[in-house]
Design a protein around this ligand. Structure first.
Ligand code: SAM
Length: 242
């Protein structure tokens, strides 16, 4: 078959996102702490509390990046078995480099894979969690996959940026997010371009209510969310029917 001319080829968002994270991987953790003023740690902790993972359970950390959520899971409960999945090898290298210190001897693996096509059996996990990544993926394909790999009764928790409902706060926050974050990202994260994309990825993202409805439509029950930072952050959750 003749290759499709470049102009007619659909843009490969996945490859673009993967290359972008490869560029910022070495300085990702430091930039995160500066941009969130260290508050991301508390949000991750709350997301893990909402997951309520069963002791000794098998948990998948989707779009695990450099492993922040995975390591938090093990700090919260060292008996968990955590599988981190991400499609960006340099981010995974960061996670593997941190593991000897941050996993504290816990069971964690970091594997390359696309969360819209998980290489896991049906009903093989007791919980799933995703941090700051839903804006980058095909939401419905990801929710379908998460639901497939979770056992009946297991929970999925998603922590991400969201759209603050109060217009004044949203305007102020957007000023920071769209104007200041790219500057900080350029200085601390090493790529102004990447940290311009990241805020922009929120523009077409569903608001918190709409995302909750997508969870429900994907077959999750008890779907809901908690807002943080006046709604600039949202933690969504849902459960696979028992
Ligand atoms: C903003 S980082 C979040 C990393 C980590 N979860 C955290 O909380 O710090 C987003 C991550 O999603 C990954 N990613 C984006 N789309 C993906 C996909 N379709 N499959 C797997 N990983 C993906 C990127 O490679 C990147 O590491």
């Amino acid at each position: 078959m003749m290759p499709m001319p470049t102009a007619q080829r659909p843009p490969d968002k996945g490859a673009f996102v993967r290359d972008m994270f490869a560029t910022i991987a070495p300085r990702y953790d430091r930039a995160n702490r500066v941009i969130s003023a260290g508050m991301d740690e508390a949000w991750r902790k709350r997301a893990i509390a909402l997951l309520a993972a069963p002791a000794g359970g098998r948990i998948v950390d989707l779009c695990c990046g450099t492993g922040d959520v995975a390591f938090h899971l093990l700090r919260t409960d060292p008996s968990l078995h955590v599988a981190g999945v991400d499609f960006c090898e340099p981010m995974l290298e960061g996670a593997r480099a941190r593991a000897p210190r941050d996993a504290r001897g816990g069971d964690v693996t970091f594997t390359q894979g696309d969360v819209t096509r998980l290489a896991f059996d049906d009903a093989s996990f007791d919980g799933a969690i995703m941090g700051f990544s839903m804006r980058n993926v095909d939401i419905d394909a990801t929710l379908r996959e998460v639901r497939r790999v979770l056992r009946p009764g297991a929970r999925f928790v998603n922590l991400d940026m969201s759209k603050a409902p109060n217009a004044v706060w949203r305007t102020l926050f957007n000023l920071y997010f769209y104007q200041v974050v790219p500057i900080i990202g350029g200085i601390v994260g090493g790529s102004r371009q990447a940290y311009t994309y990241l805020p922009n990825s929120l523009t077409n993202h569903p608001d918190a209510n709409a995302l909750r409805d997508r969870f429900t439509r994907a077959g999750f029950t008890d779907s809901g969310f908690e807002r943080r930072m006046g709604g600039a952050i949202a933690i969504h959750y849902g459960r696979v029917p028992a």
